[in-house]
Design a binder for this molecule. Structure first.
Ligand code: DX5
Ligand code: ZN
Length: 212
């Protein structure tokens, strides 16, 4: 069954707590937190304080997506804040293997993310160091974009390359394109706009969960 990780980027910033409570009550154990540094991506979002609040006060698993250059400087800070999963971008440079090791050493799920134009083959050297591969299905930086269909093939390609860990996808995912992602081998679907802009997120989540 696909796990839905609602992305709070699309939540109401003035009602973040109640929006998160609504999706946790609807059965979502994970909440996706996009951290952006206005450098790696042309946007700015969320801080360790938000991760700490989500992890400490909502009972949700803080699935933290670091869209930043030089993430090595922030792994300890976000780990201490309570991140349950910490995903870095392979395009951010630095020693990806060492960063994944240091995330895992803290008992946190180590994730590595690929932007749409980065081939699946780039992440093969880290198969033994990662727990999750995050396939971006949009260009990172903004919610509400249209899913890039070619990225679905990347999910299939990762399985062909022998990846048996978690695959998460992020960007433009909705009830209509979820079946194709599931069939390709997806485990976790980040859904921001589709969940938080739905008039009844709980009903949407229930429908998706019922559709094994
Ligand atoms: C892109 C962000 C978005 C967000 C989900 O950098 O990571 O993908 O989480 O966006 P939507 O609203 O498309 O589900
Ligand atoms: Zn994300």
């Amino acid at each position: 069954m696909i796990r839905i990780a609602p992305s709070i980027l699309a939540a109401d910033p003035l009602a973040l707590g109640s929006d998160i409570e609504r999706v946790v009550k609807a059965g979502c154990e994970w909440v996706h937190i996009d951290v952006m540094d206005a450098h790696f991506v042309p946007n700015l979002a969320y801080s360790p304080a938000t991760v700490q609040a989500v992890a400490g006060r909502t009972g949700a698993f803080a699935d933290t997506h670091l869209m930043m250059d030089n993430p090595e400087q922030y792994i300890g800070i976000f780990a201490d804040a309570g991140a349950g999963a910490l995903t870095i971008h392979i395009e951010a440079g630095g020693d990806t293997g060492a960063m994944l090791d240091s995330i895992r050493k803290r008992g946190i799920l180590a994730g590595v993310s690929l932007k749409p134009d980065t081939p699946a083959e780039r992440v093969v050297p880290y198969f033994d160091k990662a727990d999750m591969i995050l396939v971006m299905t949009v260009e990172p930086g903004f919610g509400g974009q249209k899913l890039n269909e070619k990225c679905i093939d990347k999910i299939r390609r990762l399985r062909e390359l022998g990846w048996t860990g978690l695959i998460e996808a992020d960007g433009g995912i909705n009830e209509a394109n979820l079946p194709a992602l599931r069939e390709a081998g997806l485990d976790v679907a980040v859904m921001g706009t589709a969940v938080f802009r739905d008039p009844d997120p709980a009903a949407l989540i229930a429908r998706i969960n019922a559709d094994k």
